[in-house]
Design a protein around this ligand. Structure first.
Ligand code: NQM
Length: 352
């Protein structure tokens, strides 16, 4: 099967980059598929030199897409860079931005003249999303004037409307049942509005919160504290033993400095995100406006549902509509604007 190469499209989705495949072009057995993807991406190897992975978790991602009666299914796979591991235990809202264009390009969804709504079921977590893709003349338009921080230049906007993000992996928006807990001696807020996330105050960890990703990754003491919190939090968040998983994410928050609601630095969970994940930001946004959360004292109240979440390379704007306050808070709507770009379409040749 692999001697002829495998049809593959490489796309930038939001602030991440990955390989997009039709499900029918990959082995149907999960173990065979994962073994093949490791060879395609070049893992395990810190440089992924013999594959198409980009040597960072944000550029070592895979989207598997299949047609359904309602639209398409999107299955996300995180391929470890330096370990022989592939995980489907998390979702990815950034790679999701490329799924609509990919489905149209591959003929899974017929494009309308002007704009096309692509219904997507996110099979990792079970939630849904509708991607609104610009399709003048029934072809995908990638060029446009929308800028997203963390990506140079501009491109065509893709609006993503999410459904059922709350409790996607943990079963509840506030998986521990409270707005604040103390885990491994650190006050935290555990939240899952599409991405299991542990929110921690920079001051409680002895950092400022405006450090660069490299500075934070170099802080061995901080990394050990965070890993202790993460492992204990995983159990309390109904995720079980998370030692080998890429969730929960850990977001360090501090007061905003650039007109946003809150400033963030996110461990995903061992490298530090150069910006912030889409669903990660949607989860932090809930913590920012949740009375009694670790973020509540420092977040600047937004005017409406639109919230700017500051991150190392700018800010990510997410819309989260909430009903109620306190532990019974309900998410009415989560939406975001992203861009995506087709970078390469062809066949990929995995190492043997
Ligand atoms: O939270 C990175 C990314 C992500 C995930 C990560 C994401 C999301 O930026 O929806 O997009 O947190 O591992 O691609």
């Amino acid at each position: 099967m692999t001697g002829q190469g495998i049809p593959c499209m490489v796309m930038r989705g939001g602030t991440s980059k990955g390989a997009y495949f039709l499900a029918e072009d990959l082995p149907q057995d999960d173990r065979e598929r994962d073994e093949l993807l490791l060879r395609i991406m070049g893992s395990p190897d810190p440089r992924q030199i013999d594959g198409i992975g980009g040597a960072h978790p944000l550029t070592s991602k895979v989207a598997v897409v299949r047609r359904t009666d309602e639209g398409v299914d999107y299955h996300f796979l995180q391929v470890s860079v330096d370990q022989a591991a592939v995980s489907d235990r998390q979702n990815c809202g950034n790679l999701l931005a490329g799924v609509g264009p990919f489905a149209i390009e591959r003929g899974l969804i017929a494009a309308e003249d002007g704009g096309t709504a692509v219904p997507i079921r996110m099979t990792n977590t079970g939630g849904g999303a509708t991607a609104h893709v610009q399709t003048p003349g029934r072809t995908v338009e990638y060029d446009g004037d929308t800028a997203i921080d963390g990506v140079p230049g501009t491109a065509a906007a893709i609006v993503l409307d999410f459904e059922d993000t709350a409790g996607s992996s943990c079963g509840a928006l506030l998986p521990t049942g409270s707005a604040q807990d103390v885990i491994a001696d650190v006050p935290v807020t555990c939240v899952d509005n599409g991405m299991p996330t542990v929110v921690l105050r920079a001051g409680d960890l002895g950092v400022r919160g405006d450090e660069t990703p490299a500075e934070l990754e170099g802080d061995q003491r901080l990394r050990e504290v965070l890993e202790r919190v993460r492992r204990d939090a995983g159990k309390l968040m109904n995720l079980g033993d998370v030692t080998a998983l890429t969730v929960p994410k850990l977001t360090i928050v501090s007061p905003p400095k650039a007109g946003g609601v809150i400033a963030t630095r996110t461990f995903i969970p061992h490298r530090v995100h150069t910006s912030i994940g889409v669903l990660g930001a949607a989860s932090v946004a809930v913590a920012a406006v949740l009375p009694g959360s670790v973020a509540s004292g420092m977040a600047v109240a937004p005017d409406g549902p639109r919230m700017r979440i500051e991150h190392p390379t700018g800010a990510l704007e997410v819309e989260v509509e909430l009903d109620g306050t306190g532990p019974d808070i309900v998410v009415r709507r989560t939406a975001i604007v992203r861009t995506a770009r087709k970078l390469f379409d062809g066949r990929v040749f995995p190492r043997s």
